[in-house]
Design a protein around this ligand. Sequence first.
Ligand code: KG4
Ligand code: ZN
Length: 341
Amino acid sequence: MTLLAFETSCDETSAAVVRAGEILSSVVSSQISLHAEYGGVVPELAVREHLRNLIPVAESALQKAGLRAEQLDAVAATQGPGLPSALMVGLKAGAALAFALRKPFLGVHHHEAHLYSPWISGTPPKADFAAFEPNVSLIVSGGHTMLVHVEAELKHRVLGSTVDDAAGECFDKAGKLIGFAYPAGPEIDRLAEQGNPQAFEFPRPMITEAHDDFSFSGLKTSVRYFLRDNPRLLDDPQTVRDLCASVQAAIVDVLVKKTMRAARRLRVRCVTASGGVTCNRALRRDLTAACAREGYTVRLADKHLCTDNAAMIGVLAERKLQRTEASMDIDCEIEPGWALA
Ligand code: KG4
Ligand code: ZN
């Protein structure tokens, strides 16, 4: 099956062609620089960019795969959750294309697609479902932080999620207080590499609590008070690096400890992670080390598949269509608040 997928749930316009789990092409047009001057994603601007970019991005994905639209067997798009009008662009374009081609169309849950992105690897990238094993999956992005028990392929249960800010949001807001542009996660990661993570002590919210929920807004607030009480601290570049390392350590500590505890409790032997924050080097290192210590398999999404992309949407859609999941009505609607089951 050759399938074209669209992803437009937030600020990335993406199209990918997938066949038998292999990513034949993947094109992502990021809007980060556009939103940076506003300090976050502006929905109206995101939609305008999706409308402008979707067709060229789709044409580029087809061209890179060496295909014409008529050669597609199916079309898929993110159906939710996400920004309503942004979702609308990809979903309606995908459904219209499927209608024109008289091919099946499938709307996909964005987070469910994240769950399988760690199974895509290699050159060219290919989803290895044969290697699948039950796992605890951490999804960490700018909008979401959740732990999911993936009991079997296409069978999952959400264990917990953030009750306030997402981990990426915490990176971004703490970074903004330090004076970094949006999104601040990559800059904190970069500076933290030369900083001392034990220089300053920040709270690790909910780290010892038995449930699998997260909370990051208190950590952000403690950074705010810390900077209010130590205003001169930002004058010294090494202190800024130490501060970045210390804030990052608090976030990563919580993510790793809670993920490992859930894995132990559920007796899985595999841990996976995806979403933009999974690009973070300390998180990758610490989660890998914790899994090695306890003899777990660890699968971290490749960095280019951590942030939002249509390749993961296509991989999941193809798998579902192969499993004879009925393709949806072409007039299916967006699901902006769609909760992962
Ligand atoms: O998956 P993503 O593109 O989702 C959303 O749009 O929500 O993730 C973006 C988030 C941002 O909050 C960004 O700061 C964070 O991922 N991020 C990082 C790193 N790279 C991206 N956070 C920490 N370290 C990084 N290297
Ligand atoms: Zn995402």
